[in-house]
Design a protein around this ligand. Structure first.
Ligand code: NAP
Length: 292
């Protein structure tokens, strides 16, 4: 239960449904750490209520919100201004309401920054790396954007639905014409063909996420090279079967908690103008996720 009595500034999370989000705990811990009289509340909004909910934020004096599934694309049409990342990724996960503009909506995407910072924090600089991205959904778009901006040597997107994967690559090639971005269908053959030629593999699909913890996209009969780094955007459980298999093969692994924290930190800084207390945010999340 979140107590909002006497709080001076409101932020929240718009999504549907919102059941197990870590964001309220993470942001409220950060506000408390900095002595800010702010509160972060979950705002479950059904898709048909979105047109009323967004202008309603102004009436209710919200300073900003995060946006999650299924509204990340739909909110874009209500924004007065979009950041370059939101525009290119085609999704908004953070909205700032600018007081001086009396309800001017600034739509931003902090997933790409969050992903990149989580890699750097794990001592993994993607510059010059040959990368494979599994999946082509909203999170994959942010990941490919981040990798292209960070000057990865090449990015191959492997997706189950060919049309979606090809569309993602065609779309981002327009923004990054000098980057080597490719698409291939996600099959055992395409995974087998990678054959140790890859520096980093990122799972951006939801496969392996709680409660489906015994699912994994990587077949057990295909070796996971020990010199490749394996990253999973899923953070619950902290170690997915994909990462457990990679660790057992002797590879370095990076879980999705860092991305969650760093995308949250970037949103926090956008709303408050203050440096986010990342260690406190991480601690608040760690108490909520299962190891597996
Ligand atoms: P999305 O837009 O629905 O995309 C889902 C992707 O997963 C699609 O590429 C889909 O392939 C693929 N997929 C799903 N089930 C599959 C299966 N059984 N076999 C093969 N491919 C499958 O979802 P999203 O927004 O990108 O989110 C994806 C995951 O990233 C979620 O688990 C989410 O929690 C996580 N995420 C984490 C963070 C973080 O901060 N750590 C941030 C954002 C997202 P098709 O195109 O073939 O359907």
């Amino acid at each position: 239960m979140i107590n909002i009595t006497g709080k001076t500034s409101l932020v929240g999370l718009i999504g549907w449904p919102i059941e197990h989000s870590l964001s309220p705990k993470m942001h409220n811990a950060a506000f408390a750490e900095l002595g800010l009289d702010w509160v972060y509340v979950p705002l479950p909004v059904r898709p048909d209520n979105l047109p009323q909910a967004i202008p309603g934020l102004v009436a209710l004096n919200f300073v900003g919100v995060n946006v999650t599934v299924p509204h990340k694309q739909a909110v874009m049409r209500y924004m007065d201004e979009l950041s370059q990342s939101a525009q290119t990724i085609g999704a908004v996960n953070t909205i700032c309401l600018r007081a001086e503009g009396k309800g001017k909506f600034y739509g931003h995407n902090t997933d790409a920054t969050g992903f990149l910072n989580s890699l750097l924090e794990a001592d993994c600089n993607p510059q010059g790396m040959r990368v494979v991205v599994l999946g082509a959904g909203g999170a994959a778009r942010a990941v490919v954007f981040a990798l292209a901006q960070a000057k990865a040597d090449s990015v191959i997107v492997l997706n189950r639905t060919a049309q979606r994967g090809a569309f993602l690559v065609d779309d981002l090639v327009e923004t990054f014409p000098n980057n080597a971005l490719h698409f291939a269908p996600l099959t055992d053959e395409s995974l087998m063909a990678l054959d140790g030629q890859i520096d980093l593999v990122v799972n951006t699909t939801s496969v392996g996420m709680s409660p489906h913890v015994s699912s994994c996209l990587w077949p057990t009969n295909i070796p996971m090279p020990a010199q490749t780094i394996f990253c999973d955007l899923v953070y619950n459980p902290l170690e997915t079967l994909f990462l457990a298999q990679a660790r057992a093969a002797g590879a370095k692994t990076i879980n999705g908690l860092g991305m969650l924290i760093h995308q949250g930190a970037a949103a926090f800084e956008c709303w408050t103008g203050q440096t986010a207390p990342v260690a406190v945010m991480r601690q608040a999340c760690l108490g909520e996720v299962s190891v597996r």
